[in-house]
Design a protein. Structure first.
Length: 448
């Protein structure tokens, strides 16, 4: 009688993300700044000249995959090490084996996933072996290595920053999964471009999340009698537990929503601003794009009425860049509420627009001699810089020097409002103008 394995003895099929893990650089999506043709990391991998390095980036961008590709290409002994399950005892054992291999001329590459989980004592155990070349260390971390990796160890490693995958990279990956035999290439799956875009944006730069969502959507799609599967937007909404809010990021709705956010902040309506922010973020909008727009708003619509607005918007931008979604949603909320409640002034925006108009139509206006640089003898002989007054040397830290071209003397671009802090700047500007008028050289009578 032939033995038949039970259902529980049958090996489970690997998840789609594991089956489609790139086997070489040609199958790798994203990270063009590191892996494009001729880029430094690609050359190091292709030439098998790997040195100690750390891959830093958010989940699902290819840190472990790159280590696997290196493992397949290198002539060195490759050891996969987990910071989650390994302690100092295991480290010392591996280091001892690596030291023995070095004596026989064999290199050892040690890949440590989640290296930030090691404490200082565990990281210190690596250091002497990295220093003397017993091992080449490759670490992977989602945390800033400046804070999570010992300075001595970090100084001996090249840090490569991996970025969240762009939506277009994820769309290519998803289409590859639908045609590759390791994915759904052997099955007829119908899915629209819009649905693929839904998944790509939902994944927020994470390839593993994108493939997992696609797999769930296909498994829950509508199957006909021939086994063909149709994946609808409704299926994807169910799989992601969210309403389909996504929109074409180059289309009208994209601009409608960012306009709604901008105008809600300008109208000092924090509730509306937070709603439009949530609409965009939950639709899969890039938080960096929103942070850029908020930073622009801080100077265009608030400016010197509250200089703190620009500082806070840049802090929110950095938070988005460093930690990404969903964590950075609260940083953006803080920023848009602050912008909504801050006093408003568009004086800086109007000043530049007015100056820009003159600059474009009067490009040939010469710089006044008094404020020209005079690094050479000839320039000095031509009166470059003659009469220049160094304001710091004066009692009032002011001078009556003419800094605008002759044709623009008296032109005013910056017209401060009295909103918020800008009232103090307006008062100061009026004091400066009054001083300059009072100290202006008297014109000869024949010029009056």
């Amino acid at each position: 009688m032939t033995y038949q394995p039970t259902l529980f003895e049958s090996p489970m099929e690997e998840p789609l993300a594991a089956r489609l893990r790139p086997r070489d650089l040609d199958e790798f999506y994203g990270q063009e700044h590191l892996l494009g043709q001729g880029k430094v990391l690609r050359r190091l991998i292709e030439q098998d000249k790997i040195g100690s390095m750390i891959f830093w980036g958010p989940p699902g961008v290819g840190k472990t995959t790159l280590a696997r590709i290196i493992a397949r290409r290198t002539k060195a002994k490759f050891i996969d090490f987990s910071a989650v399950t390994s302690g100092i005892k295991e480290i010392k054992q591996v280091m001892s084996e690596a030291e023995n291999s070095r004596r026989f001329g064999e290199k050892t590459i040690l890949f440590v996933d989640e290296i930030h989980r090691f404490n200082k004592a565990q990281q210190d155990a690596f250091l002497p072996y990295v220093e003397k070349g017993s091992i080449i260390l490759i670490g992977a971390t989602t945390e800033n290595p400046s804070f999570e990796v010992n300075g001595a160890l970090l100084s001996r490693c090249k840090v490569f920053v991996l970025q969240a995958l762009k939506p277009e990279d994820l769309e290519k990956l998803l289409r590859h999964a639908l045609t590759d035999e390791r994915g759904f290439g052997g099955q007829k799956v119908t899915i629209s471009d819009e649905a693929i875009e839904l998944i790509a944006n939902f994944a927020n730069g994470d390839a593993r999340s994108a493939l997992s969502t696609l797999e769930m959507a296909v498994l829950n799609g509508d199957m006909d009698e021939n086994g063909a599967v149709t994946v609808t937007n409704e299926t994807i909404e169910q799989c992601t537990s969210r309403k389909s809010l996504l929109y074409d990021k180059t289309g009208e709705e994209h601009y409608n929503l960012i306009s709604a956010l901008h105008k809600s902040m300008r109208n000092s309506d924090p509730d509306a601003a937070v709603y439009w922010l949530a609409r965009m973020l939950e639709a899969g909008e890039d938080p960096i794009y929103i942070a850029r727009r908020v930073t622009r708003f801080a100077s265009e619509d608030i400016g010197l009425a509250d200089p703190q607005a620009l500082r806070l918007s840049i802090a929110a931008f950095e938070a988005c860049r460093l930690i990404g979604m969903p964590e950075c949603s609260v940083h953006l909320t803080e920023a848009v509420v602050y912008m909504s409640l801050a006093p408003k002034s568009n004086a800086l925006y109007m000043a530049y627009e007015s100056a820009k108009k003159d600059a474009l139509t009067m490009l040939a206006e010469p710089v006044p001699l008094v404020i020209r640089n005079a690094p050479t003898k000839l320039m000095k002989e031509l009166d470059y810089g003659k009469g220049y007054v160094y304001a710091h040397d004066t009692e009032d830290k002011l001078s009556t020097m003419q800094c605008l071209p002759d044709s623009l003397v008296g032109k005013e671009y910056y017209r401060p409002t009295e909103e918020g802090r800008e009232g103090a700047f307006k008062e100061r500007l009026e004091e400066i103008k009054a001083w300059k008028k009072a100290h202006a050289p008297k014109k000869p009578k024949n010029e009056e």
